[in-house]
Design a protein around this ligand. Sequence first.
Ligand SMILES: *Cc1c(COP(=O)(O)O)cnc(C)c1O
Length: 400
Amino acid sequence: MKDTSRSLPAKELFDLPEGVIYLDGNSLGPLPKSVAAHVAETITGQWGAHLIKGWNVDDWMGLPKQVGDMIGRLIGAPTGSVTTGDTLSIKVFQALASAVKMRPDRRVILSDSGNFPSDLYMAQGLISHMGQGHELRVVAPDEVEAAITDEVAAVMLTEVDYRTGRKHDMTALTQAAHRADAVMIWDLAHSAGALPVDLEGSGCEFAVGCTYKYLNGGPGAPAFIYVRPDIVGDLSPALCGWLGHDAPFAFEPGYRPAPDIERMRVGTPPILQLRALEAAMRVWDGVDMNELRAACLSLSDLFIAEVEARCPELTLASPREGTLRGSQVSFIFEHGDAAMQALVARNVIGDFRAPNIMRFGFTPLYIDESDVRRAADVLADVMRNRLWDRPEYKQTRRVT
Ligand SMILES: *Cc1c(COP(=O)(O)O)cnc(C)c1O
């Protein structure tokens, strides 16, 4: 049998600028080489040549589910249980609204203080619109399990904390939610493409995620949503768009949801972004996620050791034990924003999260040990020479 496994790193699959060490794939994945031609062909060979016929002859209409299945293979979801579209915030809203509807006698949505603000905001907006006295209860990450009581309708968590990289135990918390008969929603924004995920094995009802981070789908790439197949047929969608209808082109006046995951679609799919994502997903062909995870932990362990040995000014904000982290490492530094600007000016790209977190993502697809050592050298230089104190690195920017 032909060995189709891909050895890591697979740098040659990406268009990375010469000399750049990219440690920010956790925020925006780099450009896979195959994307530009695939999108160009969609523009000229399909949109240009086929015009409206493209919806049928090029199966644009089937693309959200087809790309959803590619993502599903990476996160342990069965075929036909994932669809793509909209943005992650919208998918969080949809999952949450349907989950709360599944437990009409309960009034609490439980989340944690490590969750991404947009997830919490979507819950706040949903609660105020429903006007039924629901409460968003936000507890510390290590207090979630104890807070899952029989008041809780839905537990909504992001597996990996965007700031610290701390990783929840997905199976254990899903079981705890189910013991209390609560619905479980996982946000996989920092998991899909970063570590092995077994959605089917976890038993959770919903999962959502974005595709512009570790899945390299490009800025504004569509989000994904998974619904456990045994419940999708009874689910009440909150956003009743025509493309979630059972028969969109029957143009019936009344909404009747599609029987399967298609009911989580809303409106017209972003075909160019979906084609970009489709090409980007090919990067994963033959990648063994366990091997990727092992490589990631060895790179991030090395980075921690190098930085701690040479930069006493920095304090590790991530769990020291690799299995308790996602694929990022964060350090606390009072002048972290300026220090990160100094790093970026030296071609080591990470990012900064207020108030004081310097974030570095380790994606073994295109990062290797020599990159990690070089990044640590540059960081040590920035610290030793107080380069962060230069005025040019103290600019405020719209996006950090
Ligand atoms: C990145 C991220 C988002 C962003 O949502 P968008 O709607 O795609 O802008 C939301 N939630 C989490 C947990 C994230 O990491």
